[in-house]
Design a protein around this ligand. Structure first.
Ligand code: AP5
Ligand code: MG
Length: 190
């Protein structure tokens, strides 16, 4: 089968990272989490990491130009050309969605599906407080969730208009949610 190219969507704490780890095992594609890229840059103490840390800890969004550049570079990689990609945490603004479309067009590729993991705000808030990442303070969580409603939720219509959107119920055990995500991917690929 052709390499899978998909996006995983959903509010912060909906389980995108959790499901992505399983999906890449099943489908053999490369997991590209822009949050993981930024956290690695922070850990390595690079210039990008220094700039990103304050923004991430406040729950804000790193600039579109920086994020689009990171994704453009990674999508051009031979591993992704051969194995496909699972985008996690990108796109999350309309500028990023337009950039993604242009980047994939330029490479002669297109997305198979965008799976939206739907989990209510109260549930994701509890999950994140439990997880305790350095940006999981109540203040930063609330800021991230506000920005999600403002900037990222409108992208659901953007994907739907392209026939790519599959929304699944993200409440349940990670195994139950995984079965729903895989079923949605299979439906869109066939
Ligand atoms: P990012 O790393 O993307 O974080 P986020 O958006 O806050 O999303 P999370 O990673 O918190 O949620 P998740 O859906 O992956 O949930 P998880 O699987 O961990 O971004 C971090 C920051 O980087 C941003 O705030 C921004 O500053 C910057 N950034 C990143 N990308 C950017 C971009 N494109 N543009 C601009 N800035 C960008 O699950 C959460 C918890 O729930 C875990 O503890 C997990 O174990 C648990 N859990 C998962 N599934 C279940 C389940 N079914 N039942 C019970 N518990 C579960
Ligand atoms: Mg994540």
């Amino acid at each position: 089968m052709a390499p899978l190219r998909m996006v995983i969507l959903g509010r912060q704490g909906s389980g995108k990272g959790t499901q992505s780890e399983r999906l890449v095992q099943t489908f053999g594609c490369v997991h590209l989490s822009t949050g993981d890229v930024l956290r690695a840059a922070v850990a390595a103490g690079t210039e990008l990491g220094r700039q990103a840390k304050a923004v991430m800890d406040s729950g804000g969004l790193v600039g579109d130009d920086i994020m689009n550049g990171i994704v453009r570079d990674r999508l051009a990689g031979a591993d992704i050309a051969a194995g496909g990609v699972l985008l996690d945490g990108f796109p999350r603004t309309s500028d990023q969605a337009d950039a993604l479309e242009a980047i994939l067009d330029g490479l002669g590729h297109r997305l198979d599906v965008a799976v939206n993991i739907d989990v209510p705000i109260e549930v994701v808030t509890a999950r994140m407080l439990d997880r305790g990442r350095s940006d999981d303070t109540l203040e930063a969580i609330q800021r991230r969730l506000e920005l999600y409603e403002e900037q990222t939720a409108p992208l659901l219509d953007w994907f739907d208009a392209r026939g790519l959107l599959a929304t699944i119920d993200g409440v349940g055990t990670p195994d139950e949610v995984f079965d729903r995500v895989v079923a949605a991917v299979e439906r869109h690929r066939s």
